[in-house]
Design a protein around this ligand. Sequence first.
Ligand code: NAP
Length: 492
Amino acid sequence: MLELRTDYLENLNVPLVQKLINETKALFTKSLPIIVTCRDKREGGCFDYPAKLRLDVLVAALKTGVEFVDFEYQNFLNTEYQEKLRLALSGCPKGRLILSAHNFGKKFENIEKLYRSIKAISFAAIPKIAYMANHINDCFDAFDLLHKTSGQRIVICMGEAGVISRILAKKFDNMVTFVSSDDESATAPGQLTIQQIKQLYRFDLLKSDTQLYGVIGSPIRHSLSPAIFNACFDKLKMNALYLPLLVEGGKDEFDEFLHKICVRKWLNFKGFSVTIPHKQNAINFVKKEWGIIEPIARRIGAANTLVLSGDNKISAHNTDCDGALDAITKGLRINREDLKNMPVAVLGAGGVARAIIAGLTEAGCKVTIYNRTVEKAQQLASEFNCSFAPLDKLFNINAVLLINCTSVGMYPNVNESPVPDGLLNDDLAVFDTVYNPQKTILLSEAKRIGAKTIDGVSMFINQAMTQFKLFTGQQAEPKVMQKTISDCLSKK
Ligand code: NAP
């Protein structure tokens, strides 16, 4: 299906639109349904054309044989416009009217009332309601309306926070979702490209009973998780979809989001990956709901995985810790027991450092934490009973393994290293948790001088493999994850 947004045409006139429709139809051998829209500027139109001309365009489009014309519900309330459109539609039995309402600022006060008003003025028309979601929590009004109604209707949330409504359109039996042909030609905020929605988000395979998963975080646009999980679902031919879930704000917004999911079992969400800044919010939510907290997540004080079971029980897990420890033991060709008494220097005192330090100290490593903000290193050291020092004391390092848990060297600052020149030597193995790029400056330098290296992708894959198993009970293929990550990183 193709939408012709004729309000984007300069010097708009009726013959120009007729020519455009005929030429467009001639381009396709298979019949391609066309929606002709000439949007009012007040509802997101491009040029400010008078209502009479916009109506003339729609009437001519119907006579030229298009399947759908889209007119604003607010303008349809004008009896003169209404009669003109009704007359044109009665002469073109194939043509259908879409009556649309847009709010580019925020959600509608009462979306159900609006829907009923549109149906009341024309039962045969297809209602289209599009509004700006200023937060992902605004999307639930749209989902509820779609859940309660059936038949042809279009309900879409705009903006980055509304992206999931565009992806889930097929699951909810929305008549259409709007996509652009490429990155530059989007006609509304948050619109994805046809390639993204079909390939990355498996649009054609979505069904009403598709199981949903996603990564909760902010920002989330550049997360690799949707690509790797969806590639694994594809490989295993699973009726499942993994979404990017942009949850802005803090604990309150996070709690509201998860609460809205939990009371809507029909959405069929089964699990979440959780990233910055919500890992602590995740474990606190599960505590509050009397859910199950896996011991390692409790020790770390943060969860990167939430699983929703059939009886609506929620459990919290942390797969970062084992993901990192397995990457270390495999990279150094040792067993977990060999970590006992190993002196390790950890750079950073954020979320990833916390998860790795919890695992290292449990395995008996002698950890020293170096961090830019010394107070954070001190706090973490006191929690896990290890040593700490400021970054400028790195020259006195006494370790056989150095782990970078800072974001230094991460895209786009790929030329930065977290350690000063001359610090590395071939007796000091280096693990960089940064995975974008896979070969950081730190790892390149370590490799150059002959030290053993472990990259962040290995940890990323390990933690995602465990999440996949927790989510689905099935084993994902690490090769599929590895290839997807390489493909994604090479495009950046
Ligand atoms: P976080 O909680 O925000 O912590 C960031 C850490 O980096 C803090 O210790 C911070 O020091 C330090 N830092 C930031 N900029 C710095 C600079 N210019 N100089 C020195 N130190 C600096 O983030 P996180 O969740 O721990 O993630 C850290 C990194 O881990 C990410 O960037 C990502 O690349 C990597 N990661 C890897 C995986 C994986 O599976 N491989 C998973 C998640 C994350 P202050 O305390 O002084 O601010």
